[in-house]
Design a protein around this ligand. Sequence first.
Ligand code: ADE
Length: 353
Amino acid sequence: MAITRNHNSNPNPEKRELLTTKETNQEQENVEESIRPHSFDEYIGQQDLKDVLSIVMGAAKTRNEPIDHLLLYGPPGLGKTTISLILASEMGVNCKITAAPALERPRDITGLLINLKPGDILFIDEIHRLNRLTEELLYPAMEDYRLEITMGKGQAARTRSISLPKFTLVGATTKVGALTSPLRDRFGLIQRLKFYQPEELALIILRTAKLLNTAITQEGAREIARRSRGTPRIANRLLKRVRDYIQVKQLDTITDELASKALDIYQVDPQGLDWTDRLILETMINQFNGGPVGLEAVAAATGEDAKTIEEVYEPYLLQIGYLNRTPRGRVVTSAAHQHLGQTGEEQLSLFEE
Ligand code: ADE
């Protein structure tokens, strides 16, 4: 299977390098590739989704057709790209990877579509951010495998229709509600990725540690898993940070005690909250009486980007019951108060800096 990445612009230049955001440089990308599972047998977790995809793939293979267009949604880091790559590999086709912000001009999407081979997968990340022209080019491409190109302007405008091979569009988004309904309706399958259970993350960490030639105990893996916010990308990243720690300390095996010490240094607390999570919660408590408070107000008070709060930080805080969303705004729960109370001294230091 050939994988083509269309990186003609950084999809999110404003994103800071945090433990919770994507790594971007080539070396990190190569490590990511080496630890990515390559088949559904190797892929841990998301069992419901794997069951659905197994039926869809089986049926498509029997009919000798590509699988239906698939929309994957859920918080970042849960494996949307990996699933798309595995689908391509298991169907024996190529996977072209791009992201909506890289599809600025109509010729960006037409170039990708024209070069597809029968059955290929086109993966578009952050699909809710497509511009209108690109989205309108996708409608006939998805529905009838046709590219409708308009040449010239005004009365002289002519439309040319070019036939495309049958392909599968896999769209990925953190915000399914932000898709227009005509686009959403063109996906035959809409599937949500869920946060992973700690036991699943521990298995992922053990698998990755083996691939990285790093010795780790079961308890060490569990300790990292517990702090990984239900997210494999974070689990693997924390594993690499703990590996750095034991290397510098000239130790050879990651135990729970060492994992815990290392992650404390990186300010990832026992619930997996990092400095920014705590800043968000503390700001809501100290400046807004715990809420209800609007997203924009939290963003302004913390200096964090509203989108990043909404798409990166909030989903996990909502999932573990530290935040509630009400019609009047976000509210910090008593569970969050209790958690922050337990690590109170550390929290105060946030505001003293
Ligand atoms: N690495 C990242 N995600 C994974 C998963 N779901 N299974 C196995 N290894 C992974």
